[in-house]
Design a protein around this ligand. Structure first.
Ligand code: GLU
Length: 548
């Protein structure tokens, strides 16, 4: 049996030829220097910070060069696939401002280089595999799991490199007759590359982030097609990146060790290599040591974490850009008003050793970003977050829009705007005391105030409280109340002669603050009362007295 007969026996249903696909997907006619990049997530249901990090690099490289960025769904591992995962990937990336020009979308596929789901491209991979077998560069392998295990054990016993290669590759040189016999007997098979590489030889490759790399050649007869006719990642991405015209493959560091396989595959196919750019893993500090962010230990690895907590996408983008490019912060300081898209992003400024992820730093950036938002924008952002993650709050937010705008505007517009709002769940927690259903006394009254003074303070406050008092009149009354009860009217008087007083006016105000809001720190007390109105103010003080 000749190799053409053999390929027809293996793939009787494949009648197209590689040149048909080359004609169907001609090279993209784009000006030189234009980059075509892609994101190739697997729909496993877990979309993480690493995906977003890689997405930003891809997106910037493409759009900054006037090129194109597309989404390809790498769903060749159906066992790991989770329903709804593709929509979740797309909407999650959209939330963070990652927009694709082409590929999979929630409304189907867009573009002339599809299908963009690997599971829909089996016929294409099989056509190219058929061609490789015809050329003697790939072959069917019938080894069972047990046989492979036996090979592995023998290699281990002999201290040889593990894998399917050289003389260990039992099916590499099966006669045509034997192959034919096995196929006819219905034996399951995979297709393997007939590797031409030698581990003792090295090759050099320029990584877009890491610079020049020297690596040993691949000598493994890696699997190209699995028993179900679906390709491995190795083969699928090579065929796809070729046919889809990818110029730069930006992906995680975990793929670096298989780069020799990918280079060998591109060479075997006779296609030019894209520029590979391997990003670094995201690390975090644990005590004194750096470690990889882990799915199990670190909820902040999941993108869902940022959405459910209600981080503003601009804050996450800003932060990621600071860890992506070492000169970003300097640029941002010099260009506070510019759009992030104006930053000249460059892979040269990317770290090639672990990137440190720091949630506190993200929080600091978030405070700055939220401080710049208009009240209405912040309100709308909270409302959208509630619609997805706190449905119980939506009607409250809608009914209390005016109050919320007022609360959100407090202390945010002066010369020194407040910068303590970080993300939606924290903001809600911060302002929740305004709403009766969420008000509860959660902080302890100050220890400087004797328990027996609490009621007199609150009762005294209630009896002199007048909603039309301006800030000065209001505070004068608190001072008077303080002196009447033995507290210094000024903190400095108390500091000077602590023996003369029980405490000072600040302690008395804190008692009032806790009664009104349930907590010891909050924005301006007088202003909060103005928003709450007379009824609510009286009601809260009365309730707090009742609890004593
Ligand atoms: N499907 C691969 C992953 O999810 C993508 C790697 C690549 O971008 O080439 O890790």
């Amino acid at each position: 049996m000749n190799s053409i007969e053999q390929t027809d026996l293996l793939f009787p249903h494949i009648t197209t030829l590689p040149e048909d696909y080359e004609a169907l997907f001609p090279s993209r006619s784009l000006p030189t220097g234009t980059k075509v990049t892609r994101l190739g997530p697997s729909p496993t249901g877990f979309i993480h910070l690493g995906n977003l990090y890689v997405a930003f690099v891809n997106e910037r490289l493409a759009h900054q060069s006037g090129g194109l960025f597309y989404l390809r769904i790498e769903d060749t591992d159906q066992k790991r696939e989770v329903e709804g995962a593709v929509d979740a990937i797309i909407s999650s990336l959209n939330y963070f401002g990652v927009v694709f020009d082409e590929g999979a979308t929630v409304d189907g596929e867009i573009g002339n280089y599809g299908p963009y789901y690997q599971s829909r491209r089996a016929h294409i991979y099989q056509c190219y595999v058929k061609e490789l077998i015809r050329r003697g560069l790939a072959y069917p392998c019938f080894c069972t799991g047990e046989e492979l295990e036996a090979i592995r054990e023998e290699q281990e016993a002999n201290k040889e490199n593990p894998g399917y290669y050289g003389s260990w590759a039992k099916c590499r040189d099966l006669s045509s007759e034997e192959v034919q016999k096995r196929i006819k007997a219905g034996m399951p098979f995979v297709i393997r590359l007939r590797s031409q590489g030698d581990l003792k030889r090295t090759f050099q490759i320029h990584d877009g982030i890491r610079g020049l790399l020297t690596m040993p050649e691949n000598n493994q007869d890696v699997i190209l097609l699995k028993q179900n006719g679906i390709p491995t990642y190795h083969f699928a991405h090579v065929v796809d990146d070729h046919l889809m015209g990818t110029t730069h493959v930006v992906r995680g560091e975990e793929w670096l060790s298989s780069l020799p396989i990918h280079v060998a595959l591109f060479e075997t196919m006779g296609w030019p290599l894209p520029i590979y750019c391997h990003t670094t893993v995201l690390m975090k500090m644990e005590g004194e040591t750096k470690r990889k962010l882990s799915k199990r230990k670190d909820p902040e690895l999941s993108l869902d974490y940022y959405q459910s907590q209600g981080y503003h996408p601009i804050a996450v983008r800003e932060y990621l850009m600071t860890i992506l490019n070492s000169n970003y912060e300097e640029w941002r300081a010099a260009n506070p008003e510019s759009s992030i898209g104006d930053f000249p992003f460059s892979t040269d400024k990317m770290s090639s050793s672990g990137t440190l992820f720091d949630l506190d730093k993200l929080n600091d950036i978030s405070k700055e970003v939220l401080a710049r938002l208009e009240d209405e924008e912040l309100y709308q952002f909270l409302l959208e977050w509630a619609k997805s993650y706190r449905k119980d709050l939506v009607s409250l937010f809608l009914e209390q829009k005016e109050t919320m705008l007022h609360i959100l505007s407090m202390d945010r517009h002066g010369e020194k705007p407040r910068k303590d709002l970080i993300y939606c769940s924290q903001i809600f927690e911060f302002i929740s005391y305004f709403f009766d259903d969420y008000y509860k006394i959660q902080d302890d009254y100050p220890t400087e105030v004797d328990y027996n003074d609490l009621k007199p303070i609150l009762k005294g406050y209630l009896s002199t409280y007048n909603p039309i008092d301006d800030r000065t009149q209001w505070f004068t009354k608190i001072r008077e109340l303080s002196t009447q009860l033995g507290y210094a009217e000024k903190p400095k008087d108390y500091k000077k002669s602590p023996d003369l007083y029980k405490g000072h006016v600040g302690h008395v105000s804190t008692v009032i603050r806790i009664a009104l809001m349930g907590r010891a720190s909050s924005p301006d007390l007088w202003e909060i009362q103005q928003i709450m109105g007379e009824l609510k103010t009286r009601d809260r003080i009365t309730k707090a007295i009742g609890l004593l």
